[in-house]
Design a protein around this ligand. Structure first.
Ligand code: MN
Length: 256
């Protein structure tokens, strides 16, 4: 098995090292990851600048490269240019910070996994609750068990989003829940300030708020202390509306 590990926190993140550690005995591990933190860049790619690639020594990795690009850049570059063999699986993470509900759409961690699936390589994004003692070893062990399942066979196009709570020291994780993606998990606010030139500027701020999370969602299950696993897809088509929009007379707006 050949697997790629990438992330959005940057190649030096302990979260990435935790996944390599979890996988190294079961697969040949390639690492292609951003050279700095690219969190919350979603699925952006670099098209107006070159990508500089720097080989790195990384414990447990067959080969490792730091790239001056986004997580999606890294996966594309790995598949198209840097990894000389077909990849069996791409792991992204482990992100330091959860990617639940709408986070999925902002996350570079999840975008790297989405890029992999768009290139035909099954993938999993893993994120860990950010605390003083993030449960990175749990993420590594879950990556290993996902790899074992992949060896046994699983559905085409499988793309998983995994989130791991970090309970206080000594407290156990309650189990694993297979759940759907939830909605917004924050109470957002913009802090408005004034700069020395008298112009207003804004900082996005706020706090976690999962109080209204529906049962059966990742937001709810994580709040209850469970690891969450959500199978995702990347095509955003709303099939329920195809028929209705078909009935609109949009042709009437075309020039005759
Ligand atoms: Mn991140």
């Amino acid at each position: 098995m050949d697997v790629l590990v990438t992330n959005d926190d940057g190649i030096d993140s302990p979260g990435l090292a935790a996944l390599v550690e979890g996988l190294r005995e079961r697969a040949r591990v390639w690492v292609v990851a951003p050279n700095r933190n690219y969190s919350a860049v979603a699925h952006s790619i670099t098209i107006r600048d070159p990508l500089i690639v720097e080989p790195r020594e990384l414990p447990g990795a067959h080969a490792a490269f730091a790239v001056t690009g986004t997580p999606a850049d890294c996966v594309k570059l790995a598949v198209r240019a840097l990894v000389e063999t077909p990849l069996d699986l791409v792991f992204s993470g482990a992100n330091l910070g959860l990617n639940l509900g709408m986070d999925v759409h902002y996350s570079g961690t999840v975008a790297a996994a989405a890029e992999a699936i768009s290139l035909g390589v099954p993938s999993a994004a893993l994120s860990v609750e950010r605390t003083d003692a993030p449960a990175l070893d749990v993420a590594g062990r879950i990556a290993a068990s996902i790899l074992a399942k992949r060896i046994l066979g699983w559905p085409a196009g499988c793309f998983l989003n995994v989130n791991v709570p970090s309970p206080a020291t000594g407290a156990p994780i309650r189990g694993i829940r297979i759940v759907r993606q939830g909605g917004h998990g924050y109470r957002e606010e913009f802090i408005r300030r004034t700069d020395p030139q008298g112009r207003s500027y804004f900082w996005l701020s706020g706090a976690t708020d999962r109080g209204n999370a529906e049962p059966g969602t990742d937001l709810h299950a994580l709040s209850e202390g469970f690891v969450t696993v959500t199978p995702l897809r990347y095509n955003l088509t709303n099939p329920d509306l195809l028929g209705e929009v078909e009935t609109w007379d949009l042709n009437g707006f075309l020039p005759a």
